[in-house]
Design a protein around this ligand. Structure first.
Ligand SMILES: [Zn+2]
Length: 447
């Protein structure tokens, strides 16, 4: 334990004590579901299969969340957290070539503008930030940041490769790390992170076995399948982190990001009924785009395939919805983009010329939110809306605006300029970088 304590000193501890705490406004929860789309959720709601998503839409305001090219998750989730375009925030791709001429993933060190948790910190408010994109190394803000490098690093160490002490800097403040590592070690010892058990407990099909049955000659064709067990484990670890920090009472903003269902959608067409799959596959590379009728049918069929994955996330959502209702807090459920079937396949980037990027989702519930109202919103509106809901000034140079339309009680909008206060020095972590690049390759995002 002495090592943890020394690390805590080395990294410095939170300075929130010196900040004045603003009058308490309702807490704000944000759940990020990468790639979630109403195109797939709505047909399932209509069949009564996703009661929690249905309740979100009926009880709160919702939008087809407008997004912007390139719909690369690292770029868009940073826009969501900053309220700014990629030109301003500086995360313009998955990776860049560093000074050693190596391809490395973007890290929080390259961010040029403050994220919502830094703005909270500036006003003496605490945030819990779990697994948000481009958060390694984590910012030294008051509250807790479990960076997007934590799960992969922890999983690797738990499998006996690597030293836990090397992972302390994936979490802020560093004294959180040993607590989390104890929880994960216990899960690991019980076999809870093993693939067959994950499949069973998440109540989702064993897609790897199913793929081998359907395409026995072709197992190597789908690189995602080799990293799928890790993605399931990350998702389960994220559930555990969410459960753990929901129990802590001292936070004003709670942000948790899930890479589901994006990862699944990238290979989900393989699980469409064989004959239909071949029919829809004929559109890939074809000169004519599928008609709206074909797309409707496709979305209905894809909804059936995706149901287990979305149902799995409803367990988590219902927990957070319950909590938000009880506390009279706000909850935003957000995605960075949807998916679209086209001549480029079922994807969200590299679409045919002139095709706008597919919308993400937004659902907002809270004490004074008009029920069932459809609104217009974009990914840039999320950060200013969070600031507004917390009674704070909105960033004057943000590209979005606070979503006032769904609120019955409105205050004047104040503005201020926020600056990135605690710029993290870049850290070289070739092992973690290698793992991230391997996953990006398996998803077809980089070559
Ligand atoms: Zn994404």
């Amino acid at each position: 334990m002495a090592v943890w304590a020394a690390a805590a000193l080395m990294f410095g501890v939170s300075t929130s004590a010196s900040c004045r705490r603003e009058t308490r406004t309702p807490r704000v929860y944000v759940i990020g579901l990468d790639g979630a789309t109403w195109d797939i959720i709505d047909p399932l709601i209509a069949q009564g299969k996703l009661p929690v998503f249905k309740a979100l839409k009926e009880e709160g305001a919702w939008a087809r969340l407008r997004t912007f090219d390139p719909t690369l998750s690292a770029v868009v989730w940073t826009s969501i957290a900053t309220g700014k375009t990629m030109i301003k925030h500086g995360i313009v791709d998955w990776t860049f070539v560093n000074k050693h001429n190596l391809q490395v993933p973007y890290s929080s060190s390259e961010k040029r503008v403050p994220s919502i948790w830094e703005m909270m910190d500036e006003h003496g408010l605490r945030s819990v930030v779990l697994n948000w994109f481009v958060t390694y190394p984590p910012d030294a803000v008051s509250g807790v940041m479990v960076s997007d490098s934590f799960s992969a690093a922890a999983l690797k160490t738990l499998s006996g490769k690597g030293d836990p002490e090397a992972l302390i800097d994936t979490v802020y403040p560093p004294e959180e790390f040993p607590k989390l590592y104890v929880i994960l070690s216990r899960m690991n010892a019980e076999g809870a992170l093993k693939y067959p058990r994950l499949v069973r407990e998440m109540e989702i099909p064993d897609y790897i076995a199913e793929f081998k049955t359907r395409y026995p000659e072709d197992v190597k064709r789908v690189p995602i399948l080799s990293v799928w067990p890790s993605f399931l484990a990350y998702d389960r670890i994220q559930d555990t982190l969410v459960d753990h920090y929901l129990e802590e009472n001292d936070y004003d903003l709670f942000l948790a990001y899930y890479r589901f269902p994006d990862v699944f959608f990238h290979f989900a067409t393989l699980f469409l009924e064989k004959e239909y799959h071949d029919r829809i596959d004929a559109f890939v590379g074809a000169p004519v785009e599928p008609s709206p009728e074909v797309l409707d049918e496709f979305n209905r069929k894809m909804a059936e395939v995706a149901w287990p994955i979305l149902r799995e996330k409803e367990a988590l959502l219902s927990k957070v919805v319950e909590r938000a209702r009880l506390e009279k807090a706000y909850l935003l459920v957000v995605s960075d983009h949807g998916f679209l079937m086209s001549s480029k396949g079922y994807t969200h980037y590299g679409l045919p010329d002139g095709t706008p990027p597919p919308d993400g989702i937004l659902a907002l519930i809270g004490p004074d939110v008009k029920p069932g109202l459809r609104i217009e919103a974009s990914v840039y509106d999320i950060a200013p809306t969070i600031l507004y809901l917390k009674g704070l000034p909105v960033g004057a140079d943000m590209d979005g605006k606070p979503l006032l339309e769904p609120l019955t009680v409105r205050r004047p909008v104040r503005t201020a300029l926020y600056t990135r206060m605690r710029h993290q020095p870049a850290k070289e972590n070739p092992e973690l970088d290698k793992k991230k690049l391997e996953e990006l390759r398996s998803l077809g995002y980089i070559k």
